[in-house]
Design a protein around this ligand. Structure first.
Ligand code: SAM
Length: 291
């Protein structure tokens, strides 16, 4: 049986066995010092730890001197791995679910496991902690009273523009994950559809090269087109109301993005719905832009 201990700064702590059920445990998004005491107690106290990448989590556990029975629970094998975990839960075992970084289920595996564990009557416990969207929102300096976490934008431009258009009227700060090699194109599409809204790019949070840049979307798009980004990235975009009434250039940007995909009348109707502006005026302007 595992020793049920963890070590912080050379000091060893013994913990009780974790209660039966599924424990959803957040882990650091960079800085190992961000792990919570409860996460350590849980990881040291459970019968098994289900991890997206057992080698990656193995290193985290080793850092804290935790001996755990590691099993895999990843996106590709989840359907095959789930029945075994549900059987363990049904037999009264305690299972911790972790992802490579941050909070499981937040653009990470675990949704079906949590759902089916609950349906089977198992206890499901949150052991909250780091999550990149919240860390980014807390330092970006953009409005945070209402946030919409939208995960990753589609990789292909057509799908990406469509998704941004769906979100353009949402009265909340939008929060996206993005891969560094797609950052410039994502910012360009965000600028084309949303106009010069203020936005932020939060990179490598809690790590050595953490940076947060805040600027209008077109400026960020130009900056990252000129100098590609590295590392892990969260993009945040202010809600439409925060930028005040739209100016002509913003309306043109919205229309231009819309007529790329739609007939002129539908584009005008869409932008009218999104902005509350007069549809006939928008139609005339869209025709002029098209020609
Ligand atoms: N579940 C994780 C969480 O709670 O943060 C997110 C997992 S998602 C697969 C990974 C994405 O989160 C990365 O591509 C990046 O967009 C974002 N991310 C993770 N760590 C980050 C960090 N330290 N700084 C900025 N973004 C980060």
């Amino acid at each position: 049986m595992a020793r049920r201990t963890f070590v912080v700064d050379g000091v060893s702590f013994s913990v009780d066995a974790a209660s039966p059920g599924l424990h959803i445990v957040a882990t650091p998004i960079g800085n190992l010092g961000d792990i919570t005491v409860r996460a350590l107690k849980t990881l040291a106290g459970v019968d098994m730890v289900a991890a997206e990448d057992t080698r990656h989590t193995g290193r985290l556990l080793q850092h804290f001197g935790i001996e755990a029975h590691l099993v895999r629970y990843d996106e590709h094998g989840a359907a095959a791995q789930r029945p075994r975990l549900l059987a363990d839960l049904a037999e009264g075992r305690s299972v911790a679910l972790v992802s490579d970084a941050g909070t499981p289920l937040i653009s990470d595996p675990g949704y079906r496991l949590v759902r089916e564990a609950r349906e089977a009557g198992a206890a499901v416990h949150a052991v909250p902690g780091p999550a990149a969207p919240m860390a980014a929102a807390s330092v970006a300096g953009l409005p945070t009273d209402s946030l919409l976490f939208a995960g990753f934008l589609p990789a292909r431009q057509t799908g990406r523009i469509e998704r941004i258009r769906e979100l353009m009227t949402v009265p909340a700060t939008l929060v996206f994950f993005e891969a560094p090699h797609r950052l410039a194109e994502a910012l360009a599409d965000l600028a084309a559809v949303l106009g010069p809204r203020e936005a932020a790019v939060a990179r490598e949070l809690t790590k050595r090269f953490e940076t947060v840049e805040r600027a209008p979307l077109p400026d960020l798009a130009a900056r990252y087109a000129a100098e590609p980004a590295k590392g892990e990235i969260v993009i945040l975009v202010t809600p439409p109301a925060a930028t005040g009434p739209l100016d002509e250039a913003e309306v043109d940007a919205l229309l231009a993005a819309a007529i790329e995909k739609l007939p002129v009348s539908a584009a005008a109707a869409d932008v009218a719905k999104a902005t509350g502006l007069n549809r006939r005026d928008l139609y005339k302007r869209a025709l002029a832009l098209k020609s």
